[in-house]
Design a protein around this ligand. Structure first.
Ligand code: ATP
Length: 235
């Protein structure tokens, strides 16, 4: 159903299925995203958007089908990895921007952004230098020492975007990244998200209910009952 991007895909999936008991979340989804491309996943509540994102990102194992990530060392079949391997891949190759739950409130903005690098073995000083650079790139210079609760919703989302970039993730996954924001802040956060990923050749997968957010992506997929029913290339 999805048309092939002109360049080799950064991430591709074939025939993904996933059920929870008798509830079918994915009923055979093919997916491809090229480096530097942004894809919005839309659809009614319960259509399978988050399940698809979680399968692509190695958070959830599909019942069948495959997910393959292109890496400098050759293709890696995400669906062939055990939980430990998927966890490592998530840390090293993927970035995540979710509506809530991933920023640690007891840490400062700088510490939150530096954390994924430190988990990958980078020493604190170097990690904090990179983190400060990313916070500045997202317009948050001067906010490094603030705890998350001392930031506005839009600022906190930009911290989450900065954090998703530090490790040089090939693919960034965002689930309703602007869900709690007013429309002006939502537009700013979405611009920041697109600039910091696709401008740098990373791929961006965004689950959203918001047509304006989707319109900023290069391609929009619509799911219904666990299948892709429509695809629009917007620019
Ligand atoms: N952990 C789970 N346990 C049981 N059922 C689940 C689970 N996760 C998802 N489902 C079911 O799978 C289907 C797809 O859910 P999913 O969260 O992927 O939809 P969605 O399109 O992201 O919905 P929303 O827009 O409401 O977030 C739904 O019927 C949902 O109830």
């Amino acid at each position: 159903m999805t048309s092939a991007p002109a360049t080799a895909p950064a991430l591709s999936a074939a025939a993904l299925t996933k059920s929870y008991g008798s509830s079918v979340a994915l009923a055979g989804v093919d997916f491809r995203i090229a480096p530097g491309e942004s894809v919005a996943i839309m659809g009614a509540s319960g259509s399978g958007k988050t399940t698809l994102l979680h399968c692509l990102a190695g958070i959830v194992a599909p019942d069948s089908g495959s997910v393959v990530l292109a890496t400098p060392h050759g293709p890696v079949e995400v669906t062939g990895l055990d939980e430990r391997g998927r966890s490592r891949l998530r840390r090293e190759a993927f970035g995540f921007v979710f509506q809530q739950g991933l920023l640690l409130p007891e840490l400062t903005a700088l510490e939150n952004v530096a954390l994924p690098l430190m988990l990958n073995g980078v020493d604190r000083r170097a990690a904090e230098q990179t983190a400060a650079m990313w916070l500045a790139a997202l317009g948050l210079a001067g906010f490094e020492a603030r705890r998350i609760g001392q930031l506005s919703g839009g600022q906190a989302q930009r911290v989450a975007i900065a954090r998703a970039q530090t490790t040089g993730a090939a693919v960034v996954f965002a689930d309703e990244p602007t869900g709690a924001l007013d429309s002006q802040t939502s537009a700013e956060v979405m611009d920041a998200l697109i600039r910091s990923t696709t401008d740098r050749g990373r791929s961006l997968v965004v689950v959203t209910h918001d047509e304006t957010v989707a319109s900023r992506c290069s391609r929009v997929l619509r799911l219904a009952d666990g299948r892709i029913v429509d695809e629009v290339v917007s620019r």
